[in-house]
Design a protein around this ligand. Structure first.
Ligand code: BES
Ligand code: ZN
Ligand code: ZN
Length: 493
């Protein structure tokens, strides 16, 4: 798919499909063509009177324009105008595919349309994604499709920049989705390590990978304990992005990288267990955020940290009741081997501390409990720094990734007590997302602002959602990229 941003007068709108989005902010200009103008006016009235309940697609017998599809905000009232634009862009591309239309133009030359150009690109790139490499019958989006964004002459330069930025980031996001969609037999810890090494080489980022021997020696017992039952040994991966100008900020992005979570000896039920190939969605979000920022070059130091292991039952696997001593000296009882994410995350926190991180944001498919509380459309957010929480929520909202705060009440720490060790790895039947957050908090390096994102809800869908097909969404990556991009702005005072 190719994008072009152009300022074109009406008589030059040569296209197989003209996409018109009737959205207040987009303020469509007059069409310089009576017929088209009255067509749009009549449709607008019908939409407003709720006479039309889906987009209007029609053949058009103009010289230059062959088909038109018109969307109106009333069709998707549950979403804000940015999310709607992406949904409509992806649906418009669907028409392109179904009717073999290779040249698609979006009319983006209204008064305030400029910021929407990125959203159209995003909807197009994410909406045309498919994962059918294992299928005989491919259903790929035709590569030769050309998308023209008809923009305003006055904002053309900025619009082109925006188009490039969004198509780059969203292309990377689709790679992230690929990795999460891959089966667990294909993606195991060493595979993630190799991806990181390659990334480091291409973008001159420093990458370090600790293997099972170095992990054992250095006392990263969380990873060792979780990985014991697998034939694929654990890894602790670090990627370091250094900005051109020196920065006092070192933001650590930590992603849970359980490449398959069977639950271990506390085995999960088989129903839907296959989703647990995506228990490395946090790791994928972090890995590809590092790739995106290697292109974008924000002016903060960013360290991607990926603790990765496979959680399997085996004669060598850890047992319920086993106890290990974490890097910070606290002993942990593994009451339930299925609560493994937190055990590997705390090793990553220790690593973030060694690398003198000032801020930590962790992303993890951590608890079923957060899905019961918030459903699939919203992720949970917890942390010890309100400013950082607010910054992440804002970055997420910019991109339609919603986070809702959960508290970390001191008194709930009671639930993590055990007679046998300093802390238990589960906290009982209630408030599971919160007790997971409280557990993590006990292992933070000193004086570090921290935010924890529990993305167990939106990381994967078994039916389409917004502009995403069923499967992995890459949830969290857009938020992290935006956070890095705006970090200086958020924390400049
Ligand atoms: N990876 C799962 C959490 C999960 C569940 C992610 C569903 C995505 C969808 C995690 O390791 C887990 O198994 N958590 C347990 C914790 C429990 C044993 C305290 C859970 O939430 O059930
Ligand atoms: Zn688990
Ligand atoms: Zn897990």
């Amino acid at each position: 798919m190719k994008f072009e941003v152009k300022s074109l007068s009406f008589d030059k709108w040569e296209t197989d499909l003209l996409v018109i989005l009737l959205e207040k902010d987009l303020q469509l200009p007059l069409f310089e063509n009576g017929e088209l103008q009255s067509f749009v006016n009549a449709l607008t009235r019908d939409f407003e009177e709720k006479k039309i309940k889906r987009e209007f697609f029609t053949r058009w017998d103009g010289k230059a324009i062959k088909h038109i599809v018109v969307f109106h905000s009333s069709l998707e009232p549950s979403y804000n105008s940015w999310e709607r634009t992406k949904i409509f862009a992806s649906r418009a591309l669907g028409y392109g595919k179904d009717y073999s239309l290779k040249n698609i133009s979006f009319l983006m030359n209204g008064g305030d349309a400029s910021p929407y150009i990125g959203k159209v690109v995003e909807g197009a790139v994410l909406g045309s994604y498919g994962f059918d490499k294992y299928k005989m019958e491919k259903n790929e989006y035709p590569a030769e499709v050309r998308i023209t964004l008809i923009a305003n002459e006055t904002t053309l330069k900025a619009d082109k920049e925006r188009c490039k930025h969004y198509s780059q980031v969203m292309g990377v996001l689709n790679e992230c989705r690929d990795l999460v969609n891959e089966p667990g037999s294909v993606v195991y810890p060493e595979v993630l390590a190799n991806l990181a090494r390659d990334l480091g080489k291409t973008h001159s980022m420093k990458v370090t990978v600790l293997d099972e021997k170095s992990l054992e020696k250095a006392g990263y017992k969380g990873l060792i304990s979780v990985g014991k039952g697998s034939i694929h040994p654990p890894r602790l991966i670090t990627l370091e992005y250094k900005p051109q100008k020196k920065s006092s900020i070192r933001l650590a992005l930590v992603g849970k990288g359980i490449t398959f979570d069977t639950g271990g000896i506390s085995l999960k039920p088989s129903e839907k267990m296959l989703e647990m190939k995506g228990d490395m969605a946090g790791a994928a979000a972090v890995l590809y955020t590092m790739k995106a920022i290697a292109y974008l070059k924000p002016d903060v130091g960013v360290i991607g940290i990926i603790p990765t292991a496979e959680n399997f039952p085996d004669a060598r696997a850890q047992r319920p009741g086993d106890i290990f001593v974490a890097k910070n000296g606290k002993s942990v009882q593994v009451d339930n081997t299925d609560a493994e994410g937190r055990l590997v995350l705390i090793d990553a926190f220790a690593r973030a501390g060694e690398l003198k991180s000032t801020h930590i944001v962790d992303v993890a498919t951590l608890t079923g409990s957060v899905v019961r509380a918030l459903g699939q459309g919203v992720a949970g957010i917890m942390g010890n720094s309100q400013v950082l929480i607010d910054a992440v929520i804002k970055s997420g909202a910019n991109h339609g990734e919603n986070f809702w705060p959960l508290p970390l009440p001191e008194e709930y720490k009671e639930m993590l007590k055990t007679p046998y060790a300093d802390i238990n790895n589960i906290g009982g039947p209630n408030a599971g997302a919160i007790t997971a957050g409280l557990f993590l908090q006990e292992f933070l390096p000193e004086n570090t602002a921290w935010v924890h994102l529990d993305i167990a809800g939106p990381f994967m869908f078994d039916k389409p959602w917004k502009y995403y097909k069923e499967g992995a969404t890459g949830f969290g990556m857009k938020t992290l990229v935006d956070l890095c991009w705006r970090f200086k702005e958020y924390f400049s005072n």
